[in-house]
Design a protein around this ligand. Sequence first.
Ligand code: MG
Ligand code: MG
Length: 264
Amino acid sequence: MIRIKTYEEIEQMKPAALLVGKTLAEVSKHIEPGVSTETLDSIAEEFIRSHNAEPTFKGYEGFPASLCISINEVVVHGIPDKRTINDGDVISIDCGCTLNGWVGDSAYTFAVKGIKEENKRLLQVTKASLYKGIEACKVGSRLGDIGNAIQTYCESYGYGVVRELCGHGLGHVMHEDPSVLNYGRKGTGAKLREGMTLAIEPMITLGNKEVVFHNDGWTCTTVDCSAAAHFEHDVAVTKQGTVILSSFEEIEEAIKTNPNLELI
Ligand code: MG
Ligand code: MG
């Protein structure tokens, strides 16, 4: 069942979505070669809790951390551990915050200095595809229009569109109906209605689209070990147009001040 939100509820969701961006901005200040992903996770957890919010991921279906940190060939759901960041890494960080009973869920992929040009291009195209999807997300369109926009754009670069994972509705809980696929046919799927709140999140690979899930039950990597990227925004469908509830603004400001990162 798709849960439609009132305008008042959409306003109430904004602080949670924005806190995710603030958290990712804070984390990005600490990305440098040699730092472990579990250190970055602790920084996120402390930041979220200091803002009177809860890290939504922690304990979600048993997930042990506040962030998913997915490096290079890891597509999504990487579990923070002692693995450290290296020059040239592609680091996707996904974060969820629950604030005042509402969930925000957003992801950004960071380019560590020395990144290969082909990987940098993957990040640029994946991020652009998120906005193509958002553009296609409007009252009267259909879910398939969003997926088609993302798929068509990414495949025009020869990239792989991961099929096993997708975006979703969100609200009081992180995963609500409907599933928001990153591929599909125009004019198919549920009609987009005013008051729908969705997390749109292309997960795109440099090579083959096939992925494998590890025995930890979470980590998802590309079968061909090519790099992957993941960008996610929360949006609300309204009559005045689709509103992006989350923000990359503070993340990108922070990237500019971190000499270990490249703004893509
Ligand atoms: Mg997410
Ligand atoms: Mg999500």
